[in-house]
Design a protein around this ligand. Structure first.
Ligand code: IDP
Length: 137
């Protein structure tokens, strides 16, 4: 089942020079391909769309602050079961609980600064691709 998903390398990943490491892990998955990639500092309007489901949660404002605090890398990744696979590669939201071997499990400590975002369903992936790469919708 070939799918596509939206992946973000969050500002902590860029600040900590982990972009190459994370991109390399994605590229090593057989048959997965990065079909779009752009580094940019995310603006508030983009982040409000992306995190609409979290409006009102206590972590919402600090999350938007963090996500706009420096450059991030947005990617479209395509391949076999890539939505489920990228979620597994990212690991659980809380990096301390995330499995060792996952990106969050290997490099993260703080829940908010958990290095990577990956769409959680086909519906989310299509919605998020439109937000970050409107030309690829
Ligand atoms: P996900 O990124 O694993 O899908 P979501 O529940 O969609 O997790 O949360 C979006 C992002 O919001 C998380 O990746 C994390 O950066 C942040 N976040 C989620 N829950 C908390 C929390 O309890 N405290 C601080 N930040 C949180």
């Amino acid at each position: 089942m070939t799918q596509r998903t939206l992946v973000l390398l969050k500002p902590d990943a860029v600040r900590r020079s982990l972009v190459g490491e994370i991109v390399s892990r994605i590229e090593r998955k057989a048959g997965w391909r990065i079909t779009a990639l752009e580094m940019r500092t995310l603006d508030r309007a983009t982040l409000e769309q992306h995190y609409a489901e979290h409006v009102g949660r206590p972590f919402y404002e600090p999350l938007l602050e963090f996500m706009s605090s420096g450059p991030a890398v947005a990617m479209i990744v395509e391949g076999e079961r890539v939505i489920e696979g990228m979620r597994a590669l990212a690991g659980a939201t809380d990096p301390i609980a995330a499995a060792p071997g996952s990106i969050r499990g290997d490099y993260g400590v703080i829940v908010r600064e958990n290095l990577v975002h990956a769409s959680d369903s086909e519906e989310s992936a299509e919605r998020e691709v439109k937000i970050f790469f409107p030309g690829r919708a």
